[in-house]
Write a protein that binds this ligand. Structure first.
Ligand SMILES: [Zn+2]
Length: 109
């Protein structure tokens, strides 16, 4: 079993990360306000593609964090989804949204 205090701490870290990501994603979506000439459109497209890629990885991370928060609420946080063993606390500290133990970490992608 994972220490309740540790989970409470992780929950706070996760909630703060979620806030940060949501703020970041909201800020990025306001950037795409360029002019309407052809040059501007090309530039806009390139910037949009870049932002899109950034947004996708951020959104994936945000989704992972939200899932982790749900696992805390469900009382299954820190339990590997594959083998049901307890995920190493060092690993959870480094990746608060980790859903797999080190042995099964590669299953995540
Ligand atoms: Zn495992």
């Amino acid at each position: 079993m994972i220490d309740k205090e540790f989970i409470a701490k992780q929950k706070k870290v996760i909630e703060e990360s979620i806030e940060k990501f949501e703020e970041e994603i909201g800020r990025n979506s306001r950037y795409s306000d360029y002019g309407s000439s052809e040059d501007d459109n090309t530039q806009e497209f390139e910037v949009m593609e870049e932002k899109q890629a950034l947004k996708q990885s951020e959104q994936k991370e945000l989704a992972d964090l939200k899932l982790a928060l749900k696992r805390i609420d469900d009382g299954v946080y820190g339990v590997c989804l594959k083998c049901a063993s307890t995920i190493e606390t060092g690993r959870l500290k480094a990746y608060p949204s980790a859903a797999y133990c080190a042995a099964h970490a590669n299953l995540k992608e």
